[in-house]
Design a protein around this ligand. Structure first.
Ligand code: NAD
Length: 491
């Protein structure tokens, strides 16, 4: 990267461009969203290649989770922009005569987006859509761990977007640290809780608001479903949300499964069958499952499995190949709960099944751990569904499916507690990157003389009536027909 001095000059230029009002109008915002759509259309093949190169992602998965998903979001933002940007009238109490009030969304200014490597295009473009729709100037810092995708974004975006208002700065932690030291009007960070803490601490120096999209261990609770059809559907959805989501390297991937002990062997058998159907007899030969992003993460996962007590719990899979960064879809039965494997986010194709006496015990299990980004519950039991809603807390809660909540533009996407703060997607993205300004308008004709000093009992009584909307009380007090019950403590 350039020097820090160059960076500051660049950012000042962007701020000035923003202050000049260039990014505020609807036409500019629309042109940026249309530019993004053109990029996604025209550079799709390059994106497929970059995702294949960085993560071994199959084009279908790449389209489902990144390119197609971003297209859907950009189209949704384009279609909704007029409504999102519109001024909302605000109601006022009757006492506010001849006064009107409005809520006007305005852009925040110059914002920073830092993204992660596992969905390197999608998690860069999704927040970018919101930031541009809201009329901001934006610096995007993609993850260095998906280098082909990062350089594709850096090279391609300027050709489709207003390069005076949108810049991609590439680099790793050192660059990112320099970036977060700068003054921003908002930072949206996607990544680990460890780095999220550092980002938030740096942002605090400038009182910069942050949205932290973090991770954690997302549980799937699998109840003893009554029909074999339902069981098969549930198992497919769980496996899809693990091995079919960047080989488990996804923040909302299923991290572990909770089942009743009596139901564990049938669940395991079904999982084996469906892994075979999804990835073939020799998954290593299949192009379907993504690869581990790099050697560091491969060795991290390998080390987790090397704990003898964890290793002993492997009931399916377990093979790995360092050269091709391949780890077979692996299932473990009751690995030790105190192991790193069951304490840290797994972020890989290793799926532990934890057995419980009763499925209701899953509520305590979830509540005794940090609040997850997502909880998935496969059950037809209404009372369990109600208890899950009322008694657990997580970024999202999905019944009888997993991961699909990510696609809903009408739902906020974000964590709670350790899994993050703030949210985005659809209108929530627009709001995340907007300030909702309260605007009041009054004329000069009418005023409440009692709002100004000097103070006396009479004025106190008027306020007592006014604040409880007792207009008769106000009238009677003005006419001197109602006396203050409680006088002022000092004259
Ligand atoms: P990470 O925290 O290591 O890196 C994220 C980003 O921060 C990268 O762009 C990196 O360059 C940058 N960075 C690294 N060190 C930094 C520092 N000291 N100061 C400032 N920036 C720094 O995370 P990762 O490995 O890229 O992603 C994996 C984590 O992200 C997992 O925990 C996963 O659950 C989480 N995640 C969350 C979401 C979500 O939407 N909630 C999505 C994807 C991943």
């Amino acid at each position: 990267m350039e020097t820090l001095g160059d960076l500051e000059v660049h950012l000042e230029g962007m701020r000035e461009y923003y202050r000049g009002g260039n990014t505020r109008g609807a036409p500019w915002r629309k042109s940026q969203l249309q530019g993004l759509l053109r990029l996604l259309e025209e550079r799709e093949a390059e994106m497929f290649m970059a995702l294949e190169h960085d993560l071994g992602k199959h084009p279908v998965e790449a389209y489902r989770d990144e390119i197609g998903c971003a297209k859907k979001s950009a189209n949704y933002a384009l279609g909704s922009l007029k409504g999102w940007m519109s001024t909302q009238k605000a109601k006022l109490p009757l006492g506010a005569v001849l006064t009107t009030a409005e809520i006007i969304p305005e852009p925040l200014g110059l914002v920073l987006i830092i993204s992660s490597w596992n969905v390197p295009i999608g998690l860069s473009l999704e927040p970018l859509i919101g930031a541009l729709a809201a009329g901001n100037a934006v610096v995007l810092k993609p993850s260095e761990l998906a280098p082909r995708c990062s350089s594709l974004l850096a090279n391609a975006l300027p050709a489709y977007l207003d390069s005076k208002a949108v810049k991609v700065i590439e680099g790793g932690p050192a660059v990112s640290e320099q970036l977060v030291q700068q003054k921003w009007d908002k930072i949206l960070f996607t990544g680990s809780a460890r780095v999220g803490r550092m980002v938030m601490a740096a942002a605090a120096n400038h009182l910069t608001p942050v949205t932290l999209e973090l991770g954690g261990k997302c549980p799937a609770v699998l109840d003893s479903l009554s029909s074999s059809w339902d069981r098969e559907v549930a198992i497919q959805r769980i496996l899809g949300a693990k091995f079919g989501a960047c080989a488990g390297q996804a923040c909302i991937a299923v991290d572990y499964v909770l089942v009743e002990k009596r139901f564990s062997s049938i669940s395991l058998e079904l999982m084996k069958v469906w892994i075979g159907k999804m990835f073939g007899e020799n998954p290593r030969e299949s192009r379907t499952m993504a690869r581990i992003v790099n050697k560091h993460h491969f060795l991290r996962l390998k080390t987790l499995l090397e704990d003898p007590n964890v290793k002993a719990s492997i009931v399916h899979g377990g093979s790995m190949d360092e050269n091709s960064l391949f780890i077979e879809p692996t299932i473990l039965l009751d690995p030790p709960l105190e192991s790193d494997f069951m304490q840290d986010e797994i972020f890989g194709p290793l799926l532990p099944i934890i057995t419980l006496k009763k499925i209701e015990d899953s509520i305590n299990f979830i509540n005794s751990r940090p609040k997850p980004l997502a909880v998935y519950v496969f059950t037809q039991n209404d009372s369990l569904q109600k208890r899950m809603v009322a008694e657990t807390s997580s970024g999202s809660l999905t019944f009888n499916d997993a991961v699909i909540q990510y696609l809903a533009d009408t739902l906020p996407f974000g964590g709670v507690g350790e899994s993050g703060m703030g949210n985005y997607h659809g209108k929530f993205s627009f709001d995340t990157f907007s300030h909702h300004k309260a605007v009041m308008r009054r004329g000069f004709l009418v005023d409440f003389w009692f709002r100004f000093p000097p103070w006396n009992d009479h004025k106190l009584q008027l306020f007592r009536s006014l604040y409880v909307f007792d207009y008769l009380g106000v009238l009677l007090t003005v006419l001197g027909l109602k006396k203050s019950k409680q006088g002022l403590s000092r004259a």
